[in-house]
Design a binder for this molecule. Structure first.
Ligand code: AMP
Length: 282
């Protein structure tokens, strides 16, 4: 498995693969890889001849007071995980390779980004759409893999691919959790022992909401209230949002009708964590 740092080298390699008729899968990540990322890579390896894992902490998706500088990084460990999972290449560019000093073009979206993370992280999805577009142009994948863990991101990317006519299949993969329920995240590393315990309140609220919906509760507001009440009992937790939206349009819903995404962002101490479930009406 190769570690490639330049766009030119990725382009050359992908051209050779395409000449040979090989299919290409792309797994965009910010590195510090865990079993959640691994599940995406494993799926990509099963469905494509070659797999590129991008490993890049994208500065344009971080707001001014967010954790760009402190975001965990460990290329050596990431390389081991990618190799074991069967990836062909890690693409690990420097920020200056992705964003030249005179860079001034961005990809943005009007809909889908008004609620949830788009509301509390106003420039986030502009950064995500821009970097993913760039990665799509660089890697020319047939398929790209994203986690349901970032449910709004997955919906945004699907919409962008449709709107901007990318000939790329977007594949969503289920949330991978720790044994006790906490959704795996590179940011879990920020948590101290007490916070790690407190963080369980996110998955507990997700499981509670999911159970209520499955048991026939049709009011999204009733479900959200129960989830919020549970989270409020944890002194280290501070809710950013807990909301129910249409899973495709990301517009607020009040009834558990059709395909509903129930999503949350909760601060545990200083660490902002997200979790969600999707309810499909039978
Ligand atoms: P990140 O490195 O956090 O930007 O994540 C890269 C990709 O991995 C995104 O598509 C995430 O949704 C996905 N991902 C992160 N954590 C998980 C998880 N626990 N389960 C499934 N996918 C995940």
């Amino acid at each position: 498995m190769q570690i490639i740092k330049t766009i030119a080298e990725i382009r050359t390699l992908v051209k050779e693969w395409k000449k040979e008729g090989l299919s290409v899968g792309l797994v965009p990540t910010m590195g510090f890889l865990h079993e959640g990322h691994q599940s995406l890579i494993t799926r990509a390896v099963a469905e494509n001849d070659r797999v590129i894992v991008s490993d890049f902490v994208n500065p344009t998706q971080f707001g001014p007071n967010e954790d760009l500088e402190s975001y965990p990084r460990d290329l050596e460990q990431d390389a081991k995980l990618c190799q074991a999972a069967g990836a062909s290449v890690i693409f690990h560019p420097q920020p200056s390779e992705m964003y030249a000093q005179n860079h001034c073009s961005f990809v943005d979206m009007d809909g889908l980004t008004k609620e949830l993370c788009g509301k509390t992280r106003p420039i986030h999805f502009r950064g995500v759409c821009t970097v993913v577009t760039k990665l799509f142009h660089i890697a020319q994948p047939d398929r790209a893999y994203f986690g349901q863990k970032d449910a709004q991101q997955l919906a945004v990317i699907k919409q962008m691919v449709q709107d901007l006519n990318f000939d790329i299949e977007i594949i969503g993969c289920p949330i991978v959790r720790e044994a006790d329920g906490l959704a795996k995240s590179s940011r879990n590393t920020y948590l101290n022992e007490a916070e790690r315990k407190a963080a369980l309140v996110l998955s507990q609220a997700v499981f509670l909401g999911e159970r209520m919906a499955k048991n026939g509760e049709t009011s999204a507001d009733v479900i959200l209230s129960a989830m919020q009440e549970l989270i409020a009992k944890e002194p280290l937790a501070k809710i950013d949002y807990v909301k129910a939206v249409d899973a495709r349009s990301i517009e607020i819903v009040h009834e558990m009708k059709g395909s509903v995404l129930v999503a949350m962002a909760v601060y545990i101490g200083k660490t902002r964590l997200i979790d969600n479930f999707i309810f499909e009406e039978a």
